[in-house]
Design a protein around this ligand. Structure first.
Ligand code: BES
Ligand code: MN
Ligand code: ZN
Length: 491
């Protein structure tokens, strides 16, 4: 797994500024007020920081931006990074500052970050840890990632304690990204199940249900998606029991299609390689479970992922096939490329039957249509419960992860009517993301608060985002962790 950048903490020592080898980062606020460390850099460099602050370039920066000065005279460092940030900045700008530092560090330098009196230095550290990610497992060249970050602060112990749960989130997001970036010949269904099983070492209870077990449970629709692949299908259940004994858990359900060719309804060739990320929903679930374990969350959460591969073959599902779901409803499979919902409906039903959750959230790279609607800025949020939905939207907003509520309704549900079965798995050309959500809602019990997150547009992107480089983003790990921290942890 891609490791977090090593980060350590110590008491502010201004004399280290002159002697540190690598990069040195200091902070200046919006009014051009230097903190202690910036003043020391300014003195050592005979006024270079002051000249920067008077420049036109500085005036154009916003909070969280960085200007680097290479090979500063009077210092042993290769560069000084001057960060523009309000002393009491928190959340989004402080994280942006950290991300900017990760970018100037370039995954290599030994960096000294002197937070001195910054109020929310933990957000800077979190932003740095999140952005400092590269997926290099398949590069034969020596890794370019090296070096470490030393954070200095007036209260290093307090800062380190405040960073601990945030770094657990970053580690969960890194895991989510690794899984989502991994190609399907490496992350086979079996390999995926094994990787999740390894999380038992963190104190999670992990159960791997194989095809025999799934057949016994009656998960025929899930199995019908995987039947064209030589790789076996699995459901993996990860339980974190950090809450009150016997208290109903929150259930997280994820789509884990390790590769989606479309099946017999084959996708066009162009861009098909992107479908290695079609297990992105399940990777968020895995990332959240890892985070909860690492920070010892005081909540009961069960994560369930359906792991399958959607391939065309002599044994694959045909368009027109009718399958019986675990719930008992019959489904006419009119497009084998609408496979995610067939995986999720059985896992969601199982989650409710087996764990009687207090609430349920499913995540899936479910529809191309959500990209048409919301682009790569927001995930589609669908819910049967406005207060639950608002709790999630609030958490996502606080984490800076785009999320936008979409409608549900009877008229959309009507589009799923089948001539020969209880429903079909596609609704036609209109409102594709909504009809997909309506399909899922048919497998949600009336009294179960439920949110469906369509993350097809945000799970993996072609341009870097605030806290992630190009590729898998880890979208959702932070928001779900916050939702759990704010609403499900006793104290
Ligand atoms: N995995 C895809 C959705 C997807 C598309 C994810 C682009 C990420 C990027 C999903 O299984 C799919 O193929 N959906 C179809 C549904 C249609 C056949 C009703 C789609 O969106 O075209
Ligand atoms: Mn598909
Ligand atoms: Zn898919």
């Amino acid at each position: 797994m891609t490791k977090l950048t090593p980060i350590s903490f110590s008491e502010t020592d201004l004399d280290a500024i002159a002697t540190h080898v690598g990069r040195v980062a200091v902070f200046v606020d919006g009014e051009g007020k230097m903190d202690l460390a910036a003043r020391r850099v300014n003195r050592l460099t005979k006024g270079a920081v002051e000249r920067l602050l008077e420049s036109e370039r500085w005036g154009k920066l916003s909070d969280g931006d960085v200007v680097s000065m290479a090979y500063p005279a009077g210092m042993l460092a290769d560069a000084v990074d001057i960060v523009r940030l309000e002393r009491n900045a928190k959340g989004v700008p402080a994280r942006k500052a950290g991300a900017s530092l990760a970018k100037t560090r370039g995954g290599k330098a030994d960096m000294l970050v002197i937070c001195a009196t910054l109020r929310k230095a933990e957000d800077v550290v979190y932003g740095l840890a999140m952005r400092d990610y590269a997926f290099e497992d398949h590069k034969t060249a020596e890794s370019t990632r090296s070096g470490a970050v030393l954070v200095m602060s007036g209260k290093p112990d307090e800062l380190e304690a405040a960073c601990k749960p945030l770094l657990a989130v970053a580690e969960g997001a890194h895991m989510c990204r690794d899984l989502t970036n991994e190609p399907a010949n490496i992350l086979t269904t079996t390999n995926y199940a094994e990787r999740l099983k390894e999380m038992e070492a963190l104190g999670l209870k992990v159960e791997v249900l194989d095809e025999e077990a799934l057949a016994k449970l009656g998960m025929r629709t899930l199995l019908s998606v995987g039947q064209g692949s030589v790789s076996p299908s699995y459901v993996v259940v990860m339980r974190w029991e950090g809450g009150k004994k016997g208290e109903a858990p929150l259930a997280l359900v994820g789509k884990g299609v390790v590769f989606d060719t479309g099946g017999i309804s084959l996708k066009p060739g162009a861009g098909m390689g992107d479908m290695t990320m079609d297990m992105g929903g399940s990777a968020v679930v895995a990332g959240v479970m890892r985070t909860l374990a690492l920070r010892g969350a005081k909540a009961n959460v069960v994560g369930l992922v359906g792991i399958v591969e959607n391939m065309p073959s002599g044994n694959a599902s045909r368009p027109g096939d009718v399958v019986v779901s675990m719930k008992g409803d019959t489904i006419e499979n009119l497009n084998t490329d609408a496979e995610g919902r067939l995986v999720l409906c059985d896992v969601m039903w199982y989650a409710q039957q087996e764990y009687k959750p207090a609430a349920m959230i499913d995540l899936a790279t479910l529809t191309g249509a959500i990209i048409t609607s919301l682009g790569h800025e927001n995930a589609g949020v669908f819910s049967n419960n406005t207060s639950f939905c608002n709790d999630f939207l609030k958490a996502a907003e606080a984490e800076g992860e785009g999320a936008w509520r979409m409608p549900l309704g009877q008229a959309y549900d009507d589009l799923l009517k089948s001539r020969i079965a209880d429903m079909k798995n596609i609704g036609g050309p209109a409102a594709g993301s909504i009809t997909a959500a309506q399909f899922l809602q048919r497998f949600v019990k009336e009294d179960c608060p439920w949110i469906h997150l369509d993350i097809a547009g945000v799970a993996s992107v072609k341009t870097a985002t605030a806290l992630a480089p190009v590729g898998a983003t880890g979208w959702g790990v932070a928001s779900l962790n916050r939702l759990i921290a704010d609403n499900y942890e006793a104290e």
